[in-house]
Design a protein around this ligand. Structure first.
Ligand code: UVW
Length: 329
């Protein structure tokens, strides 16, 4: 797989220059030891609000299939590798007379997997990205060396994520099966799409945004998918960051690999929302979600809100961890 191709937009500013010293920031809001950021908004009242959205009891799982052995494999950020899983014990051991005998004749299968923790549907740890030597809550970026000693995925996994989710279907809103490469939208587009869907994005909603770009991965070839790689998605502006802060959005979930347009079309910077939303506001990012089945159901009966639940794996010092979120509507 090719490495990310950086577009030629002149010399981009540093992240600090782009965002500015007065960029919205939630460091310290939940104390000096906080590691879950805006997930603090998801309290017992938020869980009950989510549960109150359940009408039909239909459930949807949002993880893509992981470690798919055949072409095209799994959609990945360029440079990452797909999960490798192989059997270390199976019936072949007993066929060859190598299997251990247990009283009663028990046989079993075991396997081992090597995975990029960001290599499937996943939660990013709040310390997963940074600039200027500081991660979420002002912890020193050196806390990432050899393992995330601060702001790892573990506290997120220990807490779990439960609340009211709202799905904004940007692809449907724009009349497309999937957004084009590098196609952008912002908070005003989200609100316009919400209005067209007849739903309101409320404070503390878990925000799910469908672009159709992960489904596009399964429809096209890896060559075409990665050519001039620039995913569609939310695009940086100060107003958008202020909107996320004002709306107290705890968690952004998308069907793209990295939740935002890969390169900011104005500055050329890569992933400025990872920095302004995750590093600075503590908004948790969930990527590579499968949203098509949920979107179909929501479109069919016009209900775009539901109970969203998720808990990534409790990976100690992890920069992120796979997850299979469950939505109940
Ligand atoms: C990067 O941080 C590069 O991407 P992601 O958030 O998808 O893991």
């Amino acid at each position: 797989m090719s490495e990310t191709t950086v577009p030629e937009t002149g010399t981009p500013p540093t992240m600090g220059e782009l965002l500015g010293d007065d960029t919205p920031n939630n460091w310290g809001k939940w104390g000096p030891d906080d590691e879950v950021g805006a997930l603090n908004y998801l309290d017992a009242a938020a869980a009950l609000k989510g549960a109150a959205e359940i009408r039909s009891g239909e459930t949807f799982t949002l993880q893509i299939q992981m470690g798919y052995p055949e072409a095209p494999g799994d959609p990945l950020w360029p440079g990452r590798e797909a999960a490798k899983r192989h059997n270390v014990i199976d019936e072949g051991f007993w066929d060859r007379g190598e299997g251990k005998e247990f009283p009663g004749g028990l046989h079993y299968a075991d396997d081992v997997a090597t995975i990029y923790t960001q290599g499937s549907t996943q939660y990013d740890a709040l310390g997963h990205v940074w600039y200027d030597g500081k991660i979420w809550n002002g912890y020193d970026a050196k806390e990432t060396i050899g393992g995330m000693h601060k702001a790892s995925v573990l506290p997120i996994a220990e807490k779990g994520i439960v609340g009211r989710g709202v799905l904004i279907d940007m692809a449907r809103h724009r009349g497309k099966s999937h957004l084009d490469k590098a196609e952008t939208f912002d908070h005003t587009d989200l609100e316009a799409a919400a209005a067209a869907q007849g739903v309101t994005i409320e404070p503390r909603d878990i925000l799910l945004v469908r672009t159709g770009f992960i489904p596009y991965w399964y429809e096209t070839t890896p060559e075409e998918f990665y050519e001039d790689f620039c995913e569609p998605g939310l695009t940086y502006s100060r107003e958008l960051v202020e909107w996320f802060q004002r709306m107290e959005i705890p968690n952004l979930v998308t069907d793209t690999i990295a939740n935002e347009v890969t390169f900011d079309p104005v500055s050329g910077c890569a992933l400025p929302l990872h920095c302004s939303l995750m590093r600075n506001l503590g908004v948790t990012l969930t990527e590579i979600a499968w949203l098509d089945d949920l979107a179909e159901a929501c479109a069919a009966d016009g209900r775009w809100t539901f109970m969203y639940t998720a808990a990534p794996l409790k990976l100690v010092q992890g920069t992120g961890a796979p997850v299979n979120p469950v939505v109940i509507r």
